[in-house]
Design a protein around this ligand. Sequence first.
Ligand code: 6R9
Length: 628
Amino acid sequence: MSEEKKITKVPVYTPDKSYKDFRWMGDYEKIYRESVENPEKFWEGIAKELDWEKKWDNVLEWNYPDAKWFSGAKLNITCNCLDRHVNNSRKNKVALIWRGDDGSERIFTYRQLYREVMRFANGLKKLGIKKGDRICFYMPFVPEHIISILACARIGAVHTIVYAGFGAESLHQRIVNSESKLVITADVSIRRGKRIDLKSIVDEAIVNAPSVERVIVYRRTKPDIELYTEMELDYYELIKDEKPHCDPEIMDAEDPLFILYTSGTTGAPKGILHTCAGYMLGSYYSTKYVFDIKESDVHWCTADPGWITGHSYVVYGPLQAGATILFTETTPDYPDPGVWWEIVEEFGVTILYTAPTAIRMFMKFGSEWPDKYNLESLRVLGSVGEPLNPEAFEWFYRVIGKEKLPIVDTWWQTETGMHMITTLVGEPMKPGFVGKPLPGVVADVVDKTGNPVPPETAGRLVIKTPWPSMMRGIWGSREIYEKYWSEINGYYTVGDMAVKDKDGYIMIIGRADDVIIVAGHNIGTAEVESALVAHEAVAEAAVIGVPDPLKGNLIKAFLILRNGYSGSEKLANELKYHVRMTLGPISMPAEINFMETLPKTRSGKIMRRVLKAQDMGVDPGDLSTMED
Ligand code: 6R9
C-alpha cells in the first residue's frame, strides 16, 4: 500500500503578511506543538471565546471510539450566531446579503435576522415540533433557508438538509431514514432564469413516509401555487402572528444538532450525526482562524447549505464570527461567465471560498471575464472538495489573487465537521498540497498497520486522536461508525491516500478506492488528472483504472477540453506524451476519451465509479447524489 512518491519540485509562494492585515494565531509550530501536547487546554481556550448557558465539567471524555466533548455544558448554537451580536454593537450590522438569480437583493441586519429566526422558531413550536424531532429541508438558495435552519436549531430540533436538486427517491430515502416529522420546502428554485419545481418532488417523496406530519411551503412566485391538504402550510401564513422573540432551547453538549447524508461518491448515503457543543466549537474555530475572519469581512462561500461546507461555512461559522455572509442563487455562467466577479466587485466580497470544479470552469471561460472587474476587495481565497490541481491553483493565484492573496486549500469531510488540514493565511503555500494539520488535529500518513510512512511515500491519511466536531455516529448504523475507527490501529481512517513532503506538507492523491495499481505501482487519480489539466487544451479530467491481464490495471482518461479545442487522435497522443513526460511511463493513460460532461456529485466531486461502471458495462450503484 505504501510506496515511494518522488515529489517533483514545486514552487513555494509566501504571501506578504502585512498585505491586508493578516492575523493568524501566531507561530504555527509553537501553537501546534502546544495543542497536541495538551489538547484539552487548547480546546478549552477556544471554547472560552464563545457564550455558554453553563460551562462544562470535563473537556473530553474519550471512551474509544466514542467521544464526549464539554460534557455538563449547556448551550444553544444560535445564541452565538445571533444573540451575542444583537446584544452588542453588531445589532445593526449586515448579517446576510442575498442575491437572486435575476439580480434582486435582500439584506438582513443581525437584528432583522434574529427576529425572522425567532418568528419561525415560534411557528415551529406552534406545530408541536420539539427538541430532538427531525426536520427535513428541501430548500432553494433563499434567505428563508438559512432562517429556518437557525430556527430549527433554536428549538433544539435536528435538521437534515437535502440538496434541492436531488430527485424524489433520494429525498424519500433521507426522510424515511431520519424519520422526519416535518418537511420545509419552497414552490420553486430559480436557476438560469428558469423555475424548477420543488414542491411536486416533495409531494412524491412523502408518499409512504409515515413520519411526515406537515409540509411547510415558502411560496416565492406569483400566482401562489395551491396547497392541497391539511398537511400543507404556507411559510408566511404560519408566522404571521408570531412574536420576534423565542427563548433558546437549552441543549446538552452531546445533544444532536443535525444529520447530514454524505455525498455518496463511494456508495449509498450515510447519515452523519453531529452534536451541539463540539460542532459549534469546530465550525467557529476553523472559520475564525483558517479564513482569518474579522467582523468587517464579507464572506462568500459558494456551497449549497445541503453540503457540509454550507453548514459550517455559509451558516454557522461566519455567523458565530459576526461577519457578513453573502448567499446567492447565482449560477457561475448566468447571465454571463462574469457574474461571480461582478458580485465580488459589487458587494466588496473579501473572502471567497469555492470548489476546484468551479475554478476549472472559470479557467475554461478564460481570464477575460474576471479581468473586467475590480477584485481589490478580496483578502483570502479558499478551495474545498477535491484536489486543487497545481494548474488550477496557479490560475486562481494569478488571475483572481493577483499574486498577492493567500489561498487556503482546506481538506476535510462531512464526518470531520470542520477543516482539518489546510494552508493557513500568511504561511507558505505549495500548489498541489493542502498544507499542514490545523492546531488540535493529529493527522498523519501511515501504512496499513498504522506506522508513519517516510516523507515522499504514499500511504493512508488518518486522524489519530478525537477532535470536538468529529461525527458522533451514523444515523441507524453503529457498525459503519465503528468501521471508521477500527480499520487502521484504532485511528480515524478517512478513505484518502496522501503523501507528505519533507516539510510536513500533505498532498491528497485520491480516495483509497480511486487509487489505481498499474504494474504494482500506486497511481493516484489526482496526480494523473493534475498532469492532464496542466495541458493547455484540457479543462477537466477524470481517470479510472480498468482491469488488464498484463499490468493489473490500465489508466483510462475522460476529458473535457477548453473552449477553442476539439478532440482528435493527434491531441490524444499529445496528451499521453504530456503525461509520460510529466509523471513517467507508468502513469501514462492507455486511452483518452473526449467528453462533453463528466458525472459529478452536486458538490462538484467527479464520480469516478460511475465512469468505471459505464466503461465496464455494470450497474453504477447509487446515483442519488449525481448532478443532472
Ligand atoms: C468538505 C467535503 C470529503 C472528501 C475527502 C476528500 C475530498 C475534500 C479536499 C479533498 C483534496 C481538498 N476532499 N477537500 N480532496 N483536497 N481540499 O468535501 O466533505 O463531501 O464529505 O467529502 O472530499 O476525498 O475525503 P465531503
